[in-house]
Design a protein around this ligand. Structure first.
Ligand SMILES: Cc1cc2nc3c(=O)[nH]c(=O)nc-3n(C[C@H](O)[C@H](O)[C@H](O)COP(=O)(O)OP(=O)(O)OC[C@H]3O[C@@H](n4cnc5c(N)ncnc54)[C@H](O)[C@@H]3O)c2cc1C
Length: 465
């Protein structure tokens, strides 16, 4: 009988945990024997994802929700028995705002509402309407801004896409690659030429897929806890991977933690922030390490406030607001968490979370918690007028922030994949490579598991029954 395949997943963020889950499930489905360990440097699994419940408020440190329909995430939730824990965003949260020209504007959700969207000139709005007549296919990589400007005109590209890219990536639409950061946009162009036509043609499929915004009653932490539990003791917290080397005794790898004892694995999945992955890969292949290290990240911070409902001049409406590029407001946007998921704040209160930092605020790490809190409060005051001080606040830092898929990201990924062929059994997972959204990480985990078992020398032997 063949010995079990020894697999190490390094990093227990959502990327690592969902990869470990997918690897284990495939092994069970194919009747393969597996010896799995998940190494996590910190004392808790989850990485950026963390939910905290205090004084009746539920605070998220990173993602607060999924935006997915049918597919790997829904399947995962079903397998983990978490359906009863799911909560869906309130309909009120469909209203989203942009802070532009010193005040809030409702983001247009259809062509009719675009006609009265004040942040854009009448010519700019008409240019968006002309998209189906002017759109063309392009077969080279472009920035998000250039792509959007070709389709909907430079003004809408700046106001709409520029704002969206700041809100999602903390990034710059002129630097991010549309092909890497928003591949769906390139697919829409390839299949339908026009985005408007693609939007109409894709309606039946979108309705079938039923994409909604949803989370768990106890926050995203519920998923982390349930995944960890499901991995039945495989997750080892307080266990940083300190070095990685080829195992001279096999085709595999030696992984060493703080205790200095090398452990042998056939396969290693690095589900780490780019800098940490590059440090481990460096002794194996300095070129891959340099490529991974070249993936930039933007620092992100968040400040959450619990307010009395009467604390505002204007009650915070809808999902919250994103700040348009060029506005003198010290946050990327704010989410009114208690409008999205009302059970996340006690009755009579409002929970608001401001997200700050990004590529436009690289000095974020130098700011103290008190300074961040003051900046966040200033932004909230400018939007809704704060009449009474918040009941309490929470300040969070995500020093590693959000990876930026800048122009050239896909060719960089191609070069990494080519060189990784010389290191069979070594895989990369997590948000630095193929998608930052939590739903994308779950999708990607399936691909990582497929690649791992397809390439595994032990797996190529006859399955054990
Ligand atoms: C403020 C903020 C808001 C966000 N909002 C949303 C949202 O609304 N929707 C959405 O879809 N996404 C959102 N995201 C993105 C999403 O939350 C992240 O992309 C995702 O959680 C990252 O998971 P990961 O596993 O790739 O990385 P991480 O969570 O960073 O996990 C990496 C893990 O590796 C560990 N590690 C590091 N070095 C070592 C080592 N040497 N050995 C062992 N372990 C190590 C770390 O401790 C960490 O646990 C947000 C992100 C942030 C920061």
């Amino acid at each position: 009988m063949k010995r079990p395949q020894r697999v190490a997943v390094v990093g227990a963020g959502l990327g690592g945990l969902s990869a470990a889950h997918a690897i284990r499930r495939r092994a069970a489905e194919q009747g393969r024997r597996l010896d799995l360990e998940v190494w996590e440097a910190s004392e808790r699994p989850g990485g950026q994802l963390m939910s905290v419940r205090e004084d009746g408020f539920l605070i998220e440190w990173a993602a607060n929700a999924f935006r997915t329909g049918l597919g790997p995430t829904a399947d995962l939730v079903g397998r983990l028995g978490l359906q009863a824990e799911q909560v869906h965003a309130d309909r009120a949260a469909e209203r989203r705002f942009v802070f532009h020209g010193g005040r809030l504007h409702l983001l247009p959700s259809d062509p009719i509402s675009l006609l009265s969207f004040a942040p854009m000139s009448p010519e700019g709005r008409l240019r968006v309407m002309a998209e189906p007549f002017l759109a063309q296919r392009v077969d080279h990589e472009e920035s998000v801004h250039d792509y959007a400007a070709r389709h909907i005109g430079p003004e809408a590209a700046e106001v709409l896409l520029g704002t969206l890219v700041r809100g999602i990536y903390g990034g710059d639409a002129r630097k991010l690659s549309v092909d890497a950061a928003f591949p769906i946009m390139r697919e829409m162009e390839r299949d339908h030429r026009s985005l408007v036509v693609a939007g109409i043609a894709g309606m039946p499929e979108r309705m079938r897929e039923g994409k909604t915004t949803w989370s768990f009653r106890g926050g995203m932490q519920v998923l982390i806890e349930r995944l960890t539990e499901d991995l039945e003791g495989a997750v080892r917290t307080g266990t940083p991977a300190c070095s990685l080397a080829r195992d001279p005794g096999s085709d595999g790898y030696l992984l060493t933690s703080r205790d200095g004892v090398a452990r042998a694995f056939d396969t290693v999945v690095l589900a780490l922030p780019p800098g940490a992955a590059a440090d481990l890969v460096e002794p194996l292949d300095a070129t891959i390490a340099e490529e991974i290290d070249g993936i930039p990240s933007a620092p992100i911070g968040m400040v959450a406030f619990g307010f009395e409902r009467e604390a505002f001049g204007t009650p915070p409406d809808g999902f919250g607001f994103l700040v348009a590029p060029g506005e003198d407001v010290p946050v990327l946007g704010t989410l009114v968490e208690s409008n999205v998921f009302p059970e996340r704040a006690p009755p009579g209160t409002v929970l608001v979370r401001a997200i700050m930092g990004g590529v436009a605020q690289p000095d974020l790490d130098d700011r103290s918690d008190a300074e961040r809190e003051a900046l966040a409060l200033e932004a909230i005051d400018r939007a809704w007028g704060v009449k009474r001080a918040p009941l309490r606040s929470w300040v969070g830092r995500q020093r590693r922030g959000i990876p930026q898929y800048v122009l050239g990201h896909l060719t960089r990924m191609g070069r990494i994949a080519e060189r990784l062929q010389r290191l069979p059994g070594l895989h990369l997972a997590g948000n630095a490579y193929r998608g930052i959204a939590v739903g994308k990480l779950v999708d990607d985990a399936e691909l990582v598991a497929d690649a791992l078992w397809a390439a595994s020398p032990v797996a190529q032997a006859a399955p054990v029954r």
